[in-house]
Ligand binder design. Structure first.
Ligand code: FDA
Length: 310
């Protein structure tokens, strides 16, 4: 409850233009903790840096206020440019996209533009042996995202496309089961959007319990699981569960956000677990940065200390 109030308060304040302008003017230095940079080259440098610690990467071009079909298609082009740049630099690209950013919900030539653009991105990623994860957004988009995932999985195969399920939604355990026929590569998260009680558990304990159930069920069904959380108690339980059930360290990976719990990321990689950091980059960093601050007062303190230092 307190978590939700804190998140709501921060997101409300962050949404005000004066706050945004002040943070944009002074905040880039602090945002760099959570965002790799503004260009593909800065993100690629971050991939190389993490590799030194045995940590894999997931590149994410930021861009949430993309409105027109032309902007969506341009955004998809920019993702493809990043795939090309990563490949040219010897990296097998692993990227995440939000279908809304590439046109989901907009129809062009009789087809959903999000699907058309996602197809272009995945086709290019596949050429390079890469992987594209379809991020999950707010609850009204879940049905369409899962349907489009199924279509794209059919066209490109599970080695090249995956998606995300959110444990805070009541519907998610059923959704997970309904995808089992695909043996899908799924990322399990708790969920980052402000959702009403009609669709999502209001209590954190229920979200956490559902999270564990989802990961275990996905493992038991023989699927690859991306355990995307910074929650140490869950990470510990997943390690124990895998050990007790003979699930190999190759059957799952831990995923965390760039700049968050770097100690934990390094320790897990050193212990032989697969670890992947989600590396956001791009000029549109402010909304992403605000959400990280909203996740925990610890991050707000980090930023405040930086601002006081001037
Ligand atoms: P929780 O919030 O319970 O935190 C557990 C512990 O980690 C606490 O001690 C907390 O303080 C610490 N912690 C959490 N966030 C922190 C932060 N930002 N900084 C410092 N400490 C922090 N969501 C979504 O809706 N759709 C998506 O597609 C994705 N994709 C995605 C990819 C990856 C790789 C990750 C890690 C997360 C996402 N998310 C997401 C976000 C996710 O839903 C969730 O909001 C955050 O991961 C925070 O939840 P935790 O699981 O970390 O647990």
């Amino acid at each position: 409850m307190i978590d939700q109030l804190y998140r709501k308060a921060v997101l409300t304040v962050a949404g005000q233009k004066t706050i945004e302008n002040a943070v944009r003017a002074r905040g880039w230095g602090m945002a760099q903790r959570f965002v790799a940079g503004e260009t593909p080259q800065t993100a690629i440098q971050a991939v190389h840096d993490l590799k030194k610690d045995g940590i894999m990467a997931n590149l994410d071009l930021l861009g949430e206020f993309i409105e027109s079909p032309a902007q969506c298609t341009q955004f998809a082009d920019n993702v493809i440019t990043m795939l090309d740049a990563a490949h040219a630099d010897g990296i097998t690209p692993y990227v995440s996209i939000k279908l809304s950013s590439v046109g989901q919900g907009k129809t062009e030539d009789g087809e959903d533009l999000g699907l058309t653009n996602a197809r272009r991105i995945i086709r290019r990623a596949k050429e390079y042996g890469g992987f594209v994860c379809l991020d999950m957004e707010d609850h009204p988009r879940v049905d369409q995202t899962l349907a489009q995932f199924r279509t794209l999985h059919g066209e490109f195969g599970g080695q090249h496309v995956g998606t995300v399920l959110q444990s805070y939604l009541y519907r998610t355990e059923k959704d997970r089961g309904s995808l089992d026929d695909l043996t899908p590569n799924l990322r399990i998260v708790k969920g980052a959007y402000l959702e009403p009680e009609t669709v999502a558990y209001p209590q954190k304990a229920d979200v956490d319990a559902a999270y564990r159930r989802l990961v275990y069920a996905h493992m038991n069904a023989g699927n690859y699981v991306n355990v995307a959380t910074h929650d140490e108690s869950i990470i510990h339980d997943v390690q124990m569960y895998a050990l007790a059930h003979g699930i190999s360290k190759d059957a799952f990976e831990f995923q965390m956000l760039y700049g968050i719990r770097r100690d934990l990321q390094r320790n897990l990689a050193a212990a032989g677990y697969r670890v992947r950091a989600y590396i956001p980059y791009g000029r549109d960093w402010y909304p992403y940065f605000s959400r990280r601050i909203a996740e925990t007062p610890r991050n707000a303190m980090f930023v405040l200390r930086g601002m006081l230092k001037g």
